[in-house]
Design a protein around this ligand. Structure first.
Ligand SMILES: [Zn+2]
Length: 238
């Protein structure tokens, strides 16, 4: 095997590791955002229920005040009724009192419904608040794990990049720039074997002439179809 191919294969191995680390690192912000959204969703659900219990409570208080003012109204009418001399007015007062009493009954029925709803909402709120707290703890832990992983990946990446740089310095600049262009264009599988006279990159069958050229290993040989760098070892006979 040509020494330059050996070097390129080692370089390619580092590039594979480097690209894998870069992909993993690039995905971390999205994972973090998803975790934060998950915690936010639970907090929002608990918040909605809190708003609902507050709303129900204030509605109930409003009804209570309305009942009180209607009771006040009845007392006022009863006083006026006691003082009147007119039978017709007396009957009108009786009618007003009866109407107001049935209004009060209706309001008290509404109050009961609201109280039941408030009870349910309070129970749901307690469950939602607990869930939100548990989720937040879980998410906080996952986010801190993520930060630790990011630290490790970043350190690994720096080491691989340093290693790669040292290895790249051993490859002549012309070949290196061809290799780098290939990596940029085709990813991390650009120095490929020719098992069975087939390019290990694009899987096109090589001509006998190209295969023999690759087999000879006297110079760098490129796939005529995909321009990848071809290499040969004995177990690649067609
Ligand atoms: Zn090819």
């Amino acid at each position: 095997m040509l020494p330059v191919i050996e070097r390129l294969l080692v370089l390619q191995d580092r590039d594979r590791k480097r690209l894998r680390l870069e992909t993993e690192l690039a995905d971390l912000p999205l994972q973090r955002r998803r975790l934060q959204e998950r915690a936010a969703r639970n907090a929002a659900a608990a918040d909605d229920l809190k708003q609902r219990t507050r709303h129900l409570e204030s509605e109930r208080k409003r009804l209570e005040l309305e009942v009180k003012s209607k009771e006040e109204f009845i007392r006022k009418i009863e006083t006026q009724q006691g003082a009147t001399k007119s039978n017709e007015e007396y009957r009108r007062f009786t009618h007003q009192i009866d109407t107001t009493r049935s209004e009060i009954t209706a309001l008290e029925d509404q109050e009961l419904v609201l109280m039941e709803q408030a009870e349910t909402a309070t129970r749901e709120l307690a469950a939602a608040a607990q869930l939100a707290a548990t989720e937040k703890a879980t998410v906080d832990k996952l986010i801190s794990d993520l930060a630790a992983r990011e630290g490790n990946l970043t350190a690994d990446l720096a080491a691989i990049r340093g290693d790669r740089q040292r290895l790249a310095a051993d490859v002549d600049p012309g070949t290196l720039s061809k290799y780098d262009r290939l990596v940029e264009k085709r990813g991390d599988n650009v120095v490929v074997g020719v098992t069975g006279a087939i390019c290990g990159g694009c899987h096109m069958k090589l001509t006998q002439q190209d295969f023999l050229k690759a087999k000879a290993q006297q110079e760098l040989v490129f796939c005529p179809n995909c321009t990848r760098i071809l290499y040969y070892t004995r177990d690649m006979e067609p």
